[in-house]
Every structure is written in structure tokens, then in C-alpha cells.
Design a protein around this ligand. Structure first.
Ligand SMILES: NC(=O)CC[C@H](N)C(=O)O
Length: 372
């Protein structure tokens, strides 16, 4: 392999802490909220997950890039993280069905990445000190200017980001002759959710983030879906309005992650920013309805208020995160409405929770049998 001269680069945290590393190829500066993912595989799916928009990703896995990239393993139309921090970046890769290497892919998408960072120390630091903004840069001699630039980066709390990643125009997925029609509100939707719905026999129309209930209802769907996505759920008033209208009419509704938070807000349950979110592919969740455990894929920095959920007469907690007992899933007692804080579509991650898509299809089928 040709020896690469690699520029020194740094990570500057909002509290002034600095970690040094080397540029993985693209020189420049990137900003965002720093977060870490503990998954040992699935980097390409993570980098393209729209829920990570506006975040600098620290990969806890020691090796990134070693299996290259594959054009099919994407969760959206491009890289959505704002920058990458890792330990060892592999400039060569080995995998039969790869379409190229990660460095070229980063260059094609203009992504700033830093390797050779002591990611174990950095992950422990963020874990202990909580989520905060950061700047990564190859401009290592200009720390005062970087500090100024970092001070301008908005806080994730209160930040609306769905509009940055949502589709501009509605589009369709699946077989138009399918038995079940679903209207999906795209506030940052992952492709694997659409794959999971279409492979279960759904024809889906995906709507932009600011669509109204009337827009979605014009498709005459059998069920409604509100997607995952980036940012704080609180400012997403239009999406909350859509959820309220669906709930009012007792129509089938399933929400994932940001969609789950929107459904909670529509029920008057508040959300809060966690000290440090859940991001990884081995998070244990208990299904309180079956008593069974699930190993889940997670990616969230906000959660819904547990006390308010328990006190809400219309809502019941169905799933609990076993590490910290945060709410991982809810359903509405008298309605065909349920949601989870984690990712049944995984990608990456284990498929223990795929049954939730089956449950959604069943809910829709049973619901349509009930006379209106
Ligand atoms: N994956 C998601 O939908 C994340 C939801 C929200 N942006 C959060 O961080 O909690």
C-alpha cells in the first residue's frame, strides 16, 4: 500500500477538552453534537442513518473501513453524520461484495474524518460528562478560531432537523396492487423500515415532514406510520398535529424512535434530552406484555417522560430499556396506536424486534374488520 502522509487533526469539545488524531483524507472542519455508537459492525448503515444528521460520530469499534462499502447497504441517499472520529481507519478493505473503499466514499461525500484518536478515553469522557457539541478539524494551529466557530453551533435541544432530511416530494414504495396501503410521514425515514413494510405486503406512500393529516388521508391508507429522524421532537408541531388527528379518528398508527416521541407528545407526554443517549446494537429491552427480552438496535438522544407516561390514562408502557429503565415502547389502551423508542428495522443490528412490523400489519388487518 502506498504510504499516506496524513495531517494532524483534532477534536475540540465544547468544554475545551482536546483530543488529537490524524485526518483520514479530507482536510477541513466539521461541527455537531458528539455522540458514540458501540456497534461492532454496520458502519455504513450508521453513517447514512438520517437520525444522525447534525452529529459527529465516534465509533467505539477499533477498526473502521476494513470491509469497505457496498452500494446497497445504505439507509438513505448519502452520508448523514457530520463527521467521523475513529481509532484505526483502514485504507484497504477486504470483502467479496464490496463496491469500494471507505476513504473514496468519504471523499465523494466530502466528509471530514479523524482516526488515531484515543476513542476509548473519548467515549468514556462523553459517557461521564454527557452529550455536548464538538468541532473536528485539520486546522490544528487555530484553536481560538475553532472555539469561536464551535460557540456558534446550535444546541441539539430545541433543534428541528427533520426538514433537512425529509423527502421534498411524496414517493411510493412497494407493489401498488398490495392489499395494505400505508401513509408514512418522513421525518428522517430509514430505508430498512420501508423494506420491512413492503416485504410484508404493504404499498407505501412516503410524505414530506410538513404534510398535513389531510395530505396523508388523501392516499386512503389502511394504516399510518411516523418515522425515525434527527433532532429534538418537541419543535415538530406539524407532525404532532398529524398524530393527534390519526389518534382522534382511532386509525392504525405505528411510530419508531422520533415517531414514537411525536406520538407521546401528541398524548401530552413531554420529552427530555438524555445525559447521554443510547446508540448501539446490543441494548436490552423487556417487552412487558410478553415478559420476553429483546436485544435491540438503538439510536436516540431524547426520551419520553416516564412519570407522565405512567400517569397518562390513555397510554400504557409496553417496553422498558433494561439498562436504565427508560420507556422503550408504548401503546394506547383503547386505540390501534403503538410505538417504540428503538429500531425494529435494525440495520445495523439484531432482528429480535422485527415482530413489531408483523404486529403493525396484524393491527391494520384486524382494524379494517371493525365497522367504522
Ligand atoms: N433515531 C431517531 O429517530 C432519534 C430520535 C431523536 N432524534 C433522538 O435523538 O432521540
Amino acid at each position: 500500500m502506498k504510504y499516506q502522509t496524513r495531517k494532524k487533526a483534532l477534536v475540540l469539545l465544547a468544554d475545551g477538552t482536546i483530543f488529537y488524531g490524524k485526518s483520514v483524507g479530507i482536510e477541513g472542519t466539521a461541527t455537531g453534537e458528539i455522540c458514540f455508537n458501540t456497534g461492532m459492525t454496520g458502519y455504513q448503515e450508521i453513517f447514512t442513518d438520517p437520525s444522525y444528521f447534525g452529529q459527529i460520530m465516534v465509533m467505539a469499534n477499533a477498526h473502521i473501513g476494513n470491509y469497505g462499502v457496498n452500494n446497497k447497504e445504505v439507509e438513505s441517499n448519502g452520508i448523514k453524520i457530520s463527521g467521523l472520529i475513529c481509532r484505526n481507519f483502514s485504507f484497504t478493505h477486504s470483502r467479496v461484495d464490496s463496491d469500494g473503499n471507505l476513504k473514496d466514499w468519504f471523499e465523494a461525500h466530502n466528509l471530514v474524518g479523524i482516526s488515531d484518536v484515543d476513542t476509548r478515553a473519548l467515549v468514556a469522557y462523553i459517557r461521564d460528562n454527557g452529550a455536548m457539541n464538538a468541532i473536528i478539524s485539520t486546522d490544528v494551529n487555530n484553536i481560538d478560531a475553532l472555539k469561536k466557530q464551535l460557540a456558534e453551533v446550535p444546541s441539539m435541544k430545541g433543534l428541528e432537523l427533520a426538514s433537512k432530511v425529509s423527502t421534498k416530494e411524496p414517493y411510493f414504495v412497494g407493489d401498488e396492487n398490495a392489499e395494505i396501503k400505508i401513509a408514512a410521514l418522513d421525518i428522517g425515514i430509514k430505508k430498512n423500515i420501508l423494506r420491512n413494510l413492503s416485504k410484508r405486503g404493504a404499498y407505501i406512500k412516503v410524505y414530506p415532514y410538513n404534510s398535513s393529516f389531510k395530505d396523508l388521508a388523501s392516499f386512503n391508507p389502511d394504516g399510518y406510520f411516523i418515522s425515525n429522524g434527527p433532532g429534538d421532537p418537541e419543535p415538530l408541531k406539524e407532525a404532532q398535529e398529524v398524530a393527534k388527528e390519526i389518534i382522534k379518528r382511532n386509525l392504525p398508527l405505528f411510530g419508531i424512535c422520533l415517531g414514537h416521541q411525536v406520538i407521546a407528545l401528541a398524548n401530552g407526554i413531554s420529552t427530555y434530552k438524555m445525559h447521554n443517549g443510547h446508540r448501539g446494537i446490543n441494548h436490552p429491552v423487556k417487552n412487558l406484555l410478553t415478559g420476553k427480552g429483546e436485544i435491540t438496535s438503538q439510536n436516540h438522544g431524547f426520551a419520553i417522560n416516564r412519570e407522565e407516561t405512567e400517569a397518562n390514562a390513555d397510554v400504557e408502557i409496553t417496553h422498558v430499556h433494561l439498562n436504565d429503565h427508560t420507556v422503550a415502547g408504548i401503546r394506547m389502551k383503547e386505540k390501534a396506536v403503538f410505538s417504540v423508542q428503538y429500531h425494529p428495522e435494525a440495520s445495523p443490528g439484531p432482528h429480535d424486534s422485527e415482530y413489531l412490523f408483523d404486529q403493525f400489519m396484524e393491527t391494520i388487518k384486524n382494524h379494517s374488520k371493525v365497522p367504522a
